[in-house]
Design a binder for this molecule. Structure first.
Ligand SMILES: NC(=O)c1ccc[n+]([C@@H]2O[C@H](COP(=O)([O-])OP(=O)(O)OC[C@H]3O[C@@H](n4cnc5c(N)ncnc54)[C@H](OP(=O)(O)O)[C@@H]3O)[C@@H](O)[C@H]2O)c1
Length: 330
């Protein structure tokens, strides 16, 4: 473990649990520290999860020269601020989605990464999974003909009181929280950006969208329709409609060790089995590759910028009740 890359957790966020297992499983990483706004909470968390170091502030974690990578799972409105601070503190960063809430923030992250030579990447874990890679390969190789339409959804019932996802000033709302996944999926599979979007939303008492219904039009003529929400039961799917066949992905965003997707051509359906890996291991290994071998991370900052531009345009469309073209963000 002498050459292992030392990671630190920025807060005691619930999602840390997903990262702790792969950080332990990978031979290339060591989970060295955890910071919290309170030392007592950091120490309790460190004890619970067997983490060697605990810090009573985020600044102390960033100041520790032994830490090389920061995992940033703060509420959405703090992603850009602490990613930039970490980059300037000499750390690489794996930042939770969404990387930022404004284009100017993404641009500041891009500038900080360039200036410091450190790496920042957005934690879209599904991007690294063999299922996503297989779906893209099938589409690119023409398994369904020319793509016409992509449909998708990510909804769940958010019943937890006081959740950060329902606080508008924290970057709450279903579009930012889960709508970002079908948007990202479509862009990834198509390898192009939307040129026009339209969105409707249903807002809750705190002003956040609790349901979002969106459409995107791509230059190539492909259309995309999705919904995201906190007030429906768990739904998660992607359907890719081609001129010759349809590809159904029942579990696109949280695939596991054994996965099945379905290729429907005419009246026949073919089941394609895909061997997976632990979902969150891919993003950890990908960042380690980038640090150790100089390989560009799979989720580039330009890619994150384009996803955020699409989200912002959809949110704007829902606010003004009109379609929005994306030329403002280019
Ligand atoms: N990729 C995925 O699968 C996935 C899944 C779930 C969530 N996420 C993302 O991960 C991030 C965290 O989500 P989560 O559900 O884990 O959140 P959470 O449990 O509420 O944790 C957020 C942490 O941020 C710290 N914090 C700092 N300022 C805060 C403030 N003003 N209010 C509340 N907390 C504050 C707190 O840690 P301390 O008290 O220790 O300082 C808190 O534990 C979000 O960006 C979310 O989009 C990703």
């Amino acid at each position: 473990m002498n050459n292992a890359i030392n990671w630190g957790l920025l807060s005691t966020a619930r999602i840390n649990r997903a990262l702790i297992k792969p950080l332990r499983a990978s031979k290339r990483t060591r989970l060295l520290g955890v910071a919290s706004r309170s030392l007592t909470s950091a120490q309790a968390y460190a004890r619970e999860w067997g983490i060697p170091k605990a810090y009573g502030s985020y600044e102390e974690l960033l100041a520790d020269p032994d830490i090389e990578v920061i995992y940033n799972p703060l509420p959405n409105h703090l992603h850009a601020e602490w990613t930039i601070k970490a980059l300037y503190a000499g750390k690489h960063v794996l930042c939770e989605k969404p990387l930022a809430l404004k284009i100017e923030e993404v641009d500041a992250i891009i500038a900080a990464a360039k200036e410091t030579g450190n790496i920042a990447t957005e934690a879209f874990m599904y991007r690294h999974h063999p299922q996503t890679i297989k779906v893209k390969e099938l589409v690119v190789n023409g398994a369904i003909g020319r793509v016409q339409l992509i449909k998708g959804a990510f909804t769940f019932d958010l019943s937890r009181e006081g959740d950060i996802r329902l606080v508008k000033e924290y970057g709450g709302g279903s579009l930012w929280d889960v709508g970002c996944y079908p948007i990202s999926y479509a862009r990834t599979i198509l390898g192009e950006e939307p040129i026009e979007v339209f969105g409707w939303q249903v807002t809750g008492p705190g002003g956040c969208d609790e349901s979002f219904y969106g459409q995107m039009r791509f230059r190539s003529g492909v259309h995309m329709q999705f919904d995201s929400g906190f007030r429906s039961s768990l739904r998660s799917y992607i359907e890719i409609v081609g001129t010759e066949a349809v590809l159904n992905i029942p579990d696109p965003f949280k695939p596991g060790l054994k996965n099945e997707i379905y290729l429907k051509r005419g009246g026949k359906q073919e089941r394609i089995r895909i061997k997976g890996h632990e979902l969150y291991l891919g993003e950890v290994e990908d960042l380690c590759d980038a640090i150790q071998s100089g390989i560009t991370p799979r989720v580039t900052l330009a890619d994150s910028r384009a996803n955020i531009a699409a989200i912002l345009s959809l949110a704007k469309s829902a606010d003004i009740g009109k379609p929005v073209d994306l030329s403002d963000f280019v």
